[in-house]
Design a protein around this ligand. Structure first.
Ligand code: 5GP
Length: 184
């Protein structure tokens, strides 16, 4: 499970992990936020409305769920349980509220928090991807401090890495996964 502020580079790390790790798959979240840029429905997310989200949540079909900047996000339970049963590695890219729920429900999960090298880098990365309006970029940036403080406070993320050079970060996560696999 990978968490971190918007713009820290989580998605790039996850994409590289999926390519590099044998028998790995991506957990496709549901969200009520609108589709962004070149995202494809069913690949990045399943885009659903509030009523459908509530239906899934209330019928216990979500492993975890959270609200981020007024939009809802959740992890469908069944694909995660199936992956675990099949011995596959399933990668969740979720926020810290969801991370806390997963830590409780799946304590054996491997949880990594990704930090940007500096807050200026985070700002530049958010601005550079041009997928959100200026005001939404500001809101995402404002969320970052709380998310980082939460991760550093401890309890949910045994691993905190700084994503400066993408390839180094991918390698760090692979090493974490390998060391955890040896332990279990
Ligand atoms: P974005 O809108 O940039 O795709 O995602 C916003 C935030 O929601 C990010 O921190 C992302 O990791 C998180 N997120 C994406 N999917 C889920 C999910 O299924 N559950 C939770 N709790 N957070 C999610």
């Amino acid at each position: 499970m990978i968490s971190g502020p918007s713009g820290a580079g989580k998605t790039s790390i996850c994409k590289a992990l999926l390519e590099r790790l044998p028998n790995s798959r991506w957990s496709v979240s549901v969200t009520t936020r609108p589709r962004r840029g070149d995202e494809v429905d069913g690949q990045a997310y399943h885009y659903i409305d509030d009523a459908e989200f509530e239906r899934l949540r209330q019928s216990d079909q979500l492993l975890e769920n959270a609200e981020y900047l007024g939009r809802k996000y959740g992890t469908p339970r069944e694909p995660v349980e199936r992956a675990i049963a099949e011995g596959a590695t399933i990668i969740l890219e979720i926020d810290v509220q969801g991370g806390a729920q997963v830590a409780q429900r799946l304590p054996e999960s491997i949880r990594v928090f990704v930090l940007p090298p500096t807050m200026d880098t985070l700002k530049a990365r958010l601005a550079g991807r041009k997928t959100e309006s200026e005001s939404l970029q500001q809101k995402r940036l404002a969320e970052a401090d709380g998310e980082i403080a939460f991760a550093i406070r401890g309890g949910v993320y045994p691993y905190i890495i700084t994503n400066d050079i993408l390839e180094d970060s991918v390698q760090k996560v692979i090493e974490i996964l390998e060391s955890e696999t040896v332990k279990s």
